[in-house]
Design a protein. Structure first.
Lengths: 322, 261
């Protein structure tokens, strides 16, 4: 009886380990600090994690496909620099042009990644490390490494505005997560992402065009990075060439913590969202407890390792009482 | 070369005429002609390098011959891709690359042929329909249908092969090609896979199976083609031959007795 109950609990912990950890974390935050549960703080957590969250939604596809995309940080910066530059030059009427220009520039990078990986067979690490470095370099060349100021102030509605008290970036994150979650879990395209990530040879034999799926995924990841970059402009009315440095690794960490292993074929959009907020709440907690922000990457790294170790450990046969 | 005319099977679903295939200087198939009788299980045996796999790849459209004609249902059928062959009703069961382990049984059965609902452009999966129809499809060939909602990687090797073979038969196909379908399986699992192969035959499908296991060939097949060094040595009806005769045809011990190649 008790054994059965324990093994049920263990099975639950195996499947929903991250979610349980997240719930425990949030509960203990509520219990230990009164500031955590304030409206302002919760809004802050949402606001701060939306940009990474949007990137992580795209990254989920790349990781399930068996790859990843290191260029997203550079692409985010590219979107904000291109978008901001056009908006500064053209003023308020140039806002849509800026958005379109930013998206187009990013899709070009995504298409390059996709082409290299899908048709030339370049390893995703090498391909996206390359474009990450090239794109960042081009941004420095074009801006002379100096920030762009003077985006029309009205554009900050996108980054700073709220609807019914919810920050716009968080709303955009929720929309992106809902749409991409639907695409991943309910459509044929999402199904093919799992199939190609699980067994590319078998998928091709059964008539799945693996190259087209790969190409589409890397374009999709860049689109997510473009959205994040545009929101970044909306938050600061400016663009910095150094923006979004290291975002690629935070996004990958969030996806992995959310339960998608690097080997591909596995993972869920819901897991990624939990992963994003798990890392986000830990960072917020460190902040609330007055710990130096320099500790934040330490915490992120430790959580990443703990999550992966737990995953591997539970797959190898679980705990003693299973 | 001429001997194979003697035992030619009567009603051929597929006919290969004078197929030649070279890989650089290596002659893989030389003037290969054979027929696969409709509704039967036909064996294809020969030593390593005899050209069996190359022939199967040509029939299934993976490779194209340098010369020669394939006729399927009395129509020219020199396929240029596996998809083309599949469209005409020729399915291949590959040794162990056939299934995506992370996908459920139903998802593997429907891989590349998903049922969708709603607006065409969205391609929304109709999981419920695929789940229930997978059950129906597999029950036609399999006595103990594995759990169709579970990922394939949780199944045993035998169950996986059973799923792969049943999938090949599930799509209105006419001819199923199998390359060593039980090479990695234990005794009980081999039995289960052979039962599925008989199940396909009962449904009227034609099967061509490569195997090194002569016991299996004699259990399964109605007739058997023997190849050696890229040539067809001959055809025997299983009921009218003996393993010793097949072995001597495979090894060439009977060459002087009349194969003449």
């Amino acid at each position: 009886m008790t054994l059965g109950r324990w093994s049920k609990l263990a099975a639950l912990a195996r499947r929903q380990g991250v979610l349980i950890a997240f719930v425990l974390l949030v509960a203990s935050m509520f219990a230990t600090t009164s500031t955590f549960g304030t409206y302002q703080n919760l809004i802050n957590v949402l606001q701060q994690n939306s940009i990474i969250g949007i990137i992580a939604c795209g990254m989920t596809f790349a990781i399930i496909l068996g790859g990843f995309d290191l260029s997203v940080g550079s692409v985010t910066a590219l979107a904000s620099v291109v978008g901001a530059t056009i908006m500064i030059d053209l003023g308020v009427p140039g806002i849509p042009v800026g958005v379109i220009g930013a998206v187009a520039a990013c899709l070009l990078v995504g298409a390059t990644n996709g082409w290299l990986i899908a048709w030339l067979g370049v390893n995703p690490f090498v391909a996206t490390l390359g474009t990450m470095t090239v794109v960042r370099g081009l941004i420095y060349v074009a801006t002379n490494a100096s920030p762009r100021f003077g985006v029309p102030y009205s554009f900050t509605t996108l980054g700073m505005g709220r609807v019914f008290g919810v920050p716009n970036p968080a709303i955009i994150f929720l929309i992106v997560a809902a749409v991409l979650g639907f695409v991943l879990h309910r459509t044929r395209f999402g199904h093919y992402v799992y199939a190609v990530g699980g067994n590319p040879v078998a998928s091709a034999q059964m008539g799945v065009n693996a190259a087209r799926v790969r190409f589409a995924v890397y374009v999709l990841v860049s689109l997510c990075a473009a959205i994040s970059g545009i929101i970044l402009v909306g938050q600061t009315a400016s663009a910095t060439p150094q923006a979004a440095l290291g975002y690629e690794l935070t996004a990958i960490a969030a996806v992995i913590v959310g339960g998608a292993p690097l080997g591909g074929g596995r993972g869920r959009m819901g897991g990624t969202i939990v992963g994003v907020f798990l890392l986000g709440v830990v960072a917020n907690g460190l902040n609330l407890f007055g710990v130096s922000p320099f500790w934040q990457p330490v915490a992120t790294g430790l959580i990443l390792i703990a999550a992966v170790a737990f995953d591997g450990y539970s797959k190898r046969g679980g705990f003693g009482f299973v | 070369m001429t001997e194979n005319r003697v035992g030619d099977p009567p009603d051929a679903l597929l006919r290969a005429e004078a197929i030649n295939k070279n890989f650089g200087a290596v002659v893989a198939l030389q003037d290969v002609s054979l027929q696969i009788p409709r509704g039967e299980i036909t064996g294809l045996v020969g030593d390593n390098g005899a050209g069996k796999s190359t022939l199967i790849k040509i029939i299934s459209g993976v490779l194209t011959p340098d010369s020669g004609v394939i006729e399927f249902e009395r129509k020219a059928a020199n396929f240029t891709s596996p998809a083309e062959a599949r469209e005409q009703g020729i399915e291949t069961v590959y040794q162990d690359l056939a299934l995506a382990g992370n996908l459920a049984v139903w998802a593997n059965v429907y891989l590349g042929r998903e049922l969708t609902v709603g607006p065409k452009i969205l391609h929304i999966l109709d999981k419920r329909a695929m789940l229930s129809k997978t059950g129906e499809m597999l029950e036609r060939f399999i006595r103990n249908v594995p759990p169709i909602a579970e990922p394939v990687e949780l199944l045993s090797g035998g169950q996986r092969q059973v799923v792969a073979i049943a999938r090949a038969g599930a799509w209105g196909s006419k001819l199923i090609l199998m390359d060593e379908p039980t090479a990695a399986l234990g005794v009980a699992e081999t039995k289960a896979v052979e039962d599925v192969i008989f199940g396909l035959k009962r449904q009227g499908l034609t099967i061509l199976v490569i195997s090194h296991n002569l016991d299996q060939i004699f259990r399964l097949t109605d007739g058997v083609w023997v190849m050696r060094r890229g040539r067809v040595i001959g055809y025997r009806q299983t009921a009218r031959t003996h393993p010793d005769e097949i072995v001597s045809m495979i090894t060439g011990a009977a060459a002087s007795a009349g194969a003449g190649a």
